[in-house]
Design a protein around this ligand. Structure first.
Ligand code: DGY
Length: 325
Protein backbone atom coordinates (compact mmCIF):
# COMPACT_ATOMS: atom_id res chain seq x y z
CA UNK A 1 0.00 0.00 0.00
CA UNK A 2 1.64 3.36 -1.03
CA UNK A 3 2.46 5.70 1.85
CA UNK A 4 -0.15 8.24 0.73
CA UNK A 5 -2.97 5.69 0.75
CA UNK A 6 -5.65 7.21 3.00
CA UNK A 7 -6.28 5.59 6.33
CA UNK A 8 -9.92 4.80 7.07
CA UNK A 9 -11.88 3.00 9.76
CA UNK A 10 -15.02 1.06 8.90
CA UNK A 11 -17.08 0.41 12.01
CA UNK A 12 -18.55 -2.94 10.87
CA UNK A 13 -18.32 -5.41 8.04
CA UNK A 14 -20.65 -4.25 5.24
CA UNK A 15 -21.44 -6.04 1.95
CA UNK A 16 -18.50 -6.70 -0.38
CA UNK A 17 -20.17 -4.53 -3.05
CA UNK A 18 -18.74 -1.55 -1.14
CA UNK A 19 -16.16 -3.03 1.17
CA UNK A 20 -14.00 -4.44 -1.64
CA UNK A 21 -13.63 -0.97 -3.20
CA UNK A 22 -12.64 0.50 0.14
CA UNK A 23 -10.12 -2.26 0.77
CA UNK A 24 -8.62 -1.77 -2.71
CA UNK A 25 -8.22 1.98 -2.44
CA UNK A 26 -7.56 2.63 1.24
CA UNK A 27 -5.50 1.56 4.15
CA UNK A 28 -8.65 0.26 5.78
CA UNK A 29 -9.27 -1.22 9.19
CA UNK A 30 -12.62 -2.95 9.42
CA UNK A 31 -14.12 -3.67 12.84
CA UNK A 32 -14.62 -7.43 12.66
CA UNK A 33 -17.11 -7.97 15.49
CA UNK A 34 -20.90 -8.14 15.08
CA UNK A 35 -21.33 -5.73 18.00
CA UNK A 36 -20.09 -2.13 17.67
CA UNK A 37 -16.76 -1.10 19.19
CA UNK A 38 -17.06 0.55 22.60
CA UNK A 39 -16.89 4.33 22.53
CA UNK A 40 -13.38 4.22 23.97
CA UNK A 41 -12.16 1.79 21.32
CA UNK A 42 -13.93 3.70 18.54
CA UNK A 43 -12.29 6.99 19.51
CA UNK A 44 -8.93 5.29 19.57
CA UNK A 45 -9.43 3.49 16.22
CA UNK A 46 -10.36 6.66 14.30
CA UNK A 47 -7.28 8.59 15.42
CA UNK A 48 -5.42 9.83 12.34
CA UNK A 49 -8.06 8.57 9.87
CA UNK A 50 -8.96 10.62 6.81
CA UNK A 51 -12.31 8.89 6.52
CA UNK A 52 -14.68 6.89 8.69
CA UNK A 53 -17.57 4.72 7.56
CA UNK A 54 -20.13 4.68 10.35
CA UNK A 55 -23.40 2.96 11.17
CA UNK A 56 -26.41 4.41 12.96
CA UNK A 57 -25.01 2.93 16.19
CA UNK A 58 -22.09 5.36 16.21
CA UNK A 59 -22.52 8.82 17.69
CA UNK A 60 -20.55 11.20 15.51
CA UNK A 61 -20.17 14.42 17.48
CA UNK A 62 -17.49 16.99 18.30
CA UNK A 63 -15.73 14.52 20.60
CA UNK A 64 -15.58 11.99 17.75
CA UNK A 65 -14.18 14.59 15.33
CA UNK A 66 -11.63 15.80 17.89
CA UNK A 67 -10.53 12.22 18.48
CA UNK A 68 -10.09 11.59 14.75
CA UNK A 69 -8.02 14.75 14.28
CA UNK A 70 -7.88 17.64 11.80
CA UNK A 71 -7.06 15.40 8.82
CA UNK A 72 -10.58 13.87 8.92
CA UNK A 73 -12.19 14.66 5.55
CA UNK A 74 -15.28 12.52 5.31
CA UNK A 75 -17.85 10.63 7.36
CA UNK A 76 -19.85 8.16 5.31
CA UNK A 77 -22.93 6.84 7.08
CA UNK A 78 -24.17 3.40 6.03
CA UNK A 79 -27.82 4.49 6.38
CA UNK A 80 -30.22 6.97 4.90
CA UNK A 81 -30.95 8.41 8.37
CA UNK A 82 -28.17 10.48 9.91
CA UNK A 83 -29.57 11.52 13.31
CA UNK A 84 -26.45 9.91 14.80
CA UNK A 85 -24.26 12.61 13.21
CA UNK A 86 -23.81 16.26 14.21
CA UNK A 87 -23.90 17.49 10.63
CA UNK A 88 -23.57 21.16 11.66
CA UNK A 89 -20.41 20.34 13.60
CA UNK A 90 -18.94 18.37 10.69
CA UNK A 91 -19.80 21.09 8.18
CA UNK A 92 -18.27 23.81 10.35
CA UNK A 93 -15.04 21.79 10.34
CA UNK A 94 -15.14 21.21 6.57
CA UNK A 95 -15.82 17.48 6.98
CA UNK A 96 -18.10 16.03 4.29
CA UNK A 97 -21.00 13.81 5.41
CA UNK A 98 -22.73 11.24 3.19
CA UNK A 99 -25.76 8.95 3.48
CA UNK A 100 -27.41 6.25 1.35
CA UNK A 101 -30.84 7.36 0.11
CA UNK A 102 -32.98 5.78 -2.60
CA UNK A 103 -31.75 2.19 -2.59
CA UNK A 104 -33.71 1.17 0.50
CA UNK A 105 -36.98 2.95 -0.27
CA UNK A 106 -39.00 -0.03 -1.50
CA UNK A 107 -37.57 -2.48 1.03
CA UNK A 108 -38.41 -0.15 3.91
CA UNK A 109 -41.93 0.53 2.64
CA UNK A 110 -42.40 -3.24 2.16
CA UNK A 111 -41.46 -3.74 5.80
CA UNK A 112 -43.86 -1.03 6.93
CA UNK A 113 -46.62 -2.75 5.00
CA UNK A 114 -45.61 -6.17 6.35
CA UNK A 115 -45.89 -4.81 9.89
CA UNK A 116 -49.19 -3.12 9.09
CA UNK A 117 -50.86 -6.24 7.74
CA UNK A 118 -49.27 -8.52 10.36
CA UNK A 119 -50.46 -6.32 13.22
CA UNK A 120 -53.88 -5.72 11.67
CA UNK A 121 -54.46 -9.44 11.02
CA UNK A 122 -52.78 -10.60 14.26
CA UNK A 123 -50.44 -12.89 12.35
CA UNK A 124 -47.62 -13.12 14.89
CA UNK A 125 -50.01 -13.64 17.80
CA UNK A 126 -51.82 -16.38 15.83
CA UNK A 127 -48.58 -18.08 14.91
CA UNK A 128 -47.59 -18.20 18.59
CA UNK A 129 -51.01 -19.70 19.35
CA UNK A 130 -50.28 -22.54 16.95
CA UNK A 131 -46.75 -23.05 18.31
CA UNK A 132 -48.11 -23.23 21.85
CA UNK A 133 -50.52 -26.02 20.87
CA UNK A 134 -53.60 -23.89 21.52
CA UNK A 135 -55.21 -24.45 18.10
CA UNK A 136 -58.05 -26.88 18.80
CA UNK A 137 -60.64 -26.05 16.17
CA UNK A 138 -61.76 -23.46 13.64
CA UNK A 139 -62.97 -20.53 15.72
CA UNK A 140 -65.76 -18.29 14.39
CA UNK A 141 -64.88 -15.59 16.91
CA UNK A 142 -61.15 -16.16 17.19
CA UNK A 143 -58.29 -13.94 16.01
CA UNK A 144 -60.52 -11.28 14.46
CA UNK A 145 -58.45 -8.52 12.91
CA UNK A 146 -58.93 -5.30 10.93
CA UNK A 147 -59.99 -4.94 7.31
CA UNK A 148 -57.60 -3.16 4.97
CA UNK A 149 -59.57 -2.64 1.77
CA UNK A 150 -60.74 0.93 1.33
CA UNK A 151 -59.52 2.08 4.76
CA UNK A 152 -57.47 5.22 5.44
CA UNK A 153 -53.70 5.26 5.75
CA UNK A 154 -52.11 8.22 7.52
CA UNK A 155 -48.52 8.84 6.46
CA UNK A 156 -46.39 11.00 8.73
CA UNK A 157 -43.48 12.17 6.57
CA UNK A 158 -44.35 12.00 2.87
CA UNK A 159 -40.82 11.67 1.52
CA UNK A 160 -39.50 8.81 -0.61
CA UNK A 161 -40.39 6.00 1.80
CA UNK A 162 -43.69 7.51 2.92
CA UNK A 163 -44.72 7.93 -0.73
CA UNK A 164 -43.83 4.33 -1.52
CA UNK A 165 -45.87 3.08 1.46
CA UNK A 166 -48.81 5.25 0.39
CA UNK A 167 -48.55 3.97 -3.19
CA UNK A 168 -48.65 0.34 -2.02
CA UNK A 169 -51.61 0.96 0.30
CA UNK A 170 -53.54 2.91 -2.31
CA UNK A 171 -52.69 0.72 -5.31
CA UNK A 172 -53.07 -2.62 -3.56
CA UNK A 173 -55.83 -1.97 -1.03
CA UNK A 174 -57.60 1.06 -2.46
CA UNK A 175 -56.82 3.05 0.67
CA UNK A 176 -57.50 6.74 1.04
CA UNK A 177 -54.20 8.54 1.80
CA UNK A 178 -53.81 11.33 4.36
CA UNK A 179 -50.40 12.78 5.06
CA UNK A 180 -48.75 15.12 7.49
CA UNK A 181 -45.52 16.83 6.48
CA UNK A 182 -43.96 20.28 6.66
CA UNK A 183 -43.79 20.21 2.88
CA UNK A 184 -46.50 19.68 0.33
CA UNK A 185 -45.98 16.63 -1.91
CA UNK A 186 -47.81 17.49 -5.12
CA UNK A 187 -46.65 14.32 -6.87
CA UNK A 188 -48.31 12.20 -4.15
CA UNK A 189 -51.43 14.30 -4.33
CA UNK A 190 -51.69 13.81 -8.08
CA UNK A 191 -50.65 10.17 -8.19
CA UNK A 192 -52.81 8.73 -5.43
CA UNK A 193 -54.98 11.59 -4.26
CA UNK A 194 -53.05 12.10 -1.03
CA UNK A 195 -54.46 14.87 1.15
CA UNK A 196 -52.21 16.97 3.38
CA UNK A 197 -53.74 17.46 6.83
CA UNK A 198 -52.65 18.59 10.29
CA UNK A 199 -51.44 15.90 12.66
CA UNK A 200 -54.60 15.87 14.79
CA UNK A 201 -56.79 15.28 11.74
CA UNK A 202 -54.52 12.51 10.54
CA UNK A 203 -54.58 10.82 13.96
CA UNK A 204 -58.35 11.09 14.26
CA UNK A 205 -59.21 9.90 10.76
CA UNK A 206 -56.61 7.23 9.94
CA UNK A 207 -57.15 3.51 10.37
CA UNK A 208 -53.41 2.98 10.02
CA UNK A 209 -50.71 5.47 10.99
CA UNK A 210 -47.29 4.85 9.47
CA UNK A 211 -44.29 6.94 10.48
CA UNK A 212 -41.65 7.89 7.91
CA UNK A 213 -40.33 11.19 9.19
CA UNK A 214 -36.74 11.86 10.21
CA UNK A 215 -35.73 12.11 13.85
CA UNK A 216 -34.86 15.61 14.99
CA UNK A 217 -35.61 17.76 18.06
CA UNK A 218 -39.03 18.74 16.64
CA UNK A 219 -40.15 15.18 15.88
CA UNK A 220 -38.69 13.35 18.89
CA UNK A 221 -41.49 11.92 21.06
CA UNK A 222 -44.25 13.14 18.73
CA UNK A 223 -46.13 9.86 19.22
CA UNK A 224 -46.88 10.20 22.91
CA UNK A 225 -49.90 9.54 25.16
CA UNK A 226 -51.66 12.57 23.75
CA UNK A 227 -51.19 11.38 20.15
CA UNK A 228 -52.31 7.81 20.89
CA UNK A 229 -55.40 9.18 22.67
CA UNK A 230 -56.38 10.98 19.48
CA UNK A 231 -56.20 7.81 17.38
CA UNK A 232 -59.10 5.44 16.71
CA UNK A 233 -59.42 2.44 19.09
CA UNK A 234 -59.22 0.30 15.95
CA UNK A 235 -56.04 2.01 14.70
CA UNK A 236 -52.74 0.30 13.96
CA UNK A 237 -49.52 2.24 14.55
CA UNK A 238 -46.43 1.41 12.46
CA UNK A 239 -42.93 2.81 12.98
CA UNK A 240 -40.11 1.88 10.62
CA UNK A 241 -38.29 5.22 10.96
CA UNK A 242 -36.61 5.81 14.33
CA UNK A 243 -37.53 4.58 17.81
CA UNK A 244 -37.38 7.92 19.65
CA UNK A 245 -40.22 9.21 17.45
CA UNK A 246 -42.57 7.32 19.77
CA UNK A 247 -42.65 7.34 23.57
CA UNK A 248 -42.36 3.66 24.28
CA UNK A 249 -44.10 3.62 27.70
CA UNK A 250 -46.99 5.64 26.29
CA UNK A 251 -47.33 3.25 23.36
CA UNK A 252 -47.34 0.24 25.70
CA UNK A 253 -50.05 1.88 27.83
CA UNK A 254 -52.18 2.71 24.75
CA UNK A 255 -51.89 -0.87 23.49
CA UNK A 256 -52.58 -2.43 26.89
CA UNK A 257 -55.67 -0.31 27.53
CA UNK A 258 -57.11 -0.77 24.05
CA UNK A 259 -56.73 2.91 23.22
CA UNK A 260 -55.32 1.65 19.90
CA UNK A 261 -55.67 -1.80 18.38
CA UNK A 262 -52.12 -2.85 17.57
CA UNK A 263 -48.60 -1.72 16.65
CA UNK A 264 -45.81 -2.92 14.40
CA UNK A 265 -42.34 -1.60 15.14
CA UNK A 266 -39.09 -2.09 13.29
CA UNK A 267 -37.41 0.48 15.53
CA UNK A 268 -37.41 0.92 19.30
CA UNK A 269 -35.94 3.18 21.95
CA UNK A 270 -33.42 2.02 22.96
CA UNK A 271 -32.13 -0.46 20.40
CA UNK A 272 -31.99 -3.25 21.14
CA UNK A 273 -35.20 -3.11 23.18
CA UNK A 274 -34.80 -4.01 26.86
CA UNK A 275 -36.03 -7.57 27.42
CA UNK A 276 -38.27 -6.37 30.28
CA UNK A 277 -39.94 -3.70 28.13
CA UNK A 278 -43.74 -4.03 28.54
CA UNK A 279 -44.14 -3.95 24.74
CA UNK A 280 -42.63 -7.41 24.49
CA UNK A 281 -45.37 -8.86 26.69
CA UNK A 282 -48.24 -7.44 24.65
CA UNK A 283 -49.88 -9.76 22.13
CA UNK A 284 -50.91 -6.79 19.98
CA UNK A 285 -47.39 -5.48 19.44
CA UNK A 286 -44.91 -6.82 16.90
CA UNK A 287 -41.25 -5.84 17.31
CA UNK A 288 -38.64 -6.52 14.63
CA UNK A 289 -34.91 -5.81 15.08
CA UNK A 290 -34.52 -2.82 12.69
CA UNK A 291 -34.43 -4.91 9.52
CA UNK A 292 -36.42 -2.79 7.07
CA UNK A 293 -33.50 -2.20 4.69
CA UNK A 294 -32.47 -5.85 4.93
CA UNK A 295 -32.74 -7.06 1.34
CA UNK A 296 -29.89 -8.03 -0.97
CA UNK A 297 -30.31 -5.11 -3.35
CA UNK A 298 -30.85 -2.53 -0.61
CA UNK A 299 -27.87 -3.52 1.48
CA UNK A 300 -25.62 -3.89 -1.60
CA UNK A 301 -26.83 -0.52 -2.89
CA UNK A 302 -26.16 1.07 0.49
CA UNK A 303 -22.65 -0.42 0.49
CA UNK A 304 -21.91 0.91 -3.00
CA UNK A 305 -23.12 4.41 -2.16
CA UNK A 306 -21.37 4.47 1.21
CA UNK A 307 -18.10 3.40 -0.44
CA UNK A 308 -18.49 5.99 -3.22
CA UNK A 309 -19.18 8.70 -0.63
CA UNK A 310 -16.12 7.69 1.36
CA UNK A 311 -13.79 7.49 -1.64
CA UNK A 312 -15.02 10.74 -3.19
CA UNK A 313 -14.67 12.54 0.12
CA UNK A 314 -11.11 11.28 0.53
CA UNK A 315 -10.25 12.74 -2.89
CA UNK A 316 -11.92 16.03 -1.99
CA UNK A 317 -14.59 15.44 -4.66
CA UNK A 318 -18.35 15.97 -4.22
CA UNK A 319 -20.00 13.03 -2.50
CA UNK A 320 -22.45 10.88 -4.43
CA UNK A 321 -25.09 11.48 -1.75
CA UNK A 322 -24.06 14.41 0.43
CA UNK A 323 -25.90 15.43 3.58
CA UNK A 324 -26.23 19.18 3.98
CA UNK A 325 -26.28 21.03 7.29
C1 DGY B 1 -31.43 3.78 7.61
O1 DGY B 1 -30.84 3.59 6.55
O2 DGY B 1 -31.55 4.89 8.12
C2 DGY B 1 -32.03 2.58 8.27
O3 DGY B 1 -32.57 2.84 9.49
C3 DGY B 1 -31.09 1.41 8.30
O4 DGY B 1 -31.01 0.94 7.00
Amino acid sequence: MPAETPRVFVTREIPAAGLDLIRQQCDAEIWPEPLPPSREVLLQKIQGCAGVLTLLTEKVDAEFMDAAGPQLKVISNYAVGYNNISVDEATSRGIAVGNTPGVLTEATADMAFALLISAARRIVESERYVQQGKWKTWEPLGHIGCDLEGRTIGIVGMGRIGSSMARKCHGGWNMKVLYHDNYRNEAAEQEFGAKQVDLDTLLAESDFVSVHTDLNPTTEGMFNADAFRKMKPTAVFVNTARGPLHVQADLAAALASGEIFAAGLDVTNPEPIEMDDPLLKLPNCIVAPHIASGTVSSRNGMAEIAAANLLNGLKGEPLRCPVKA
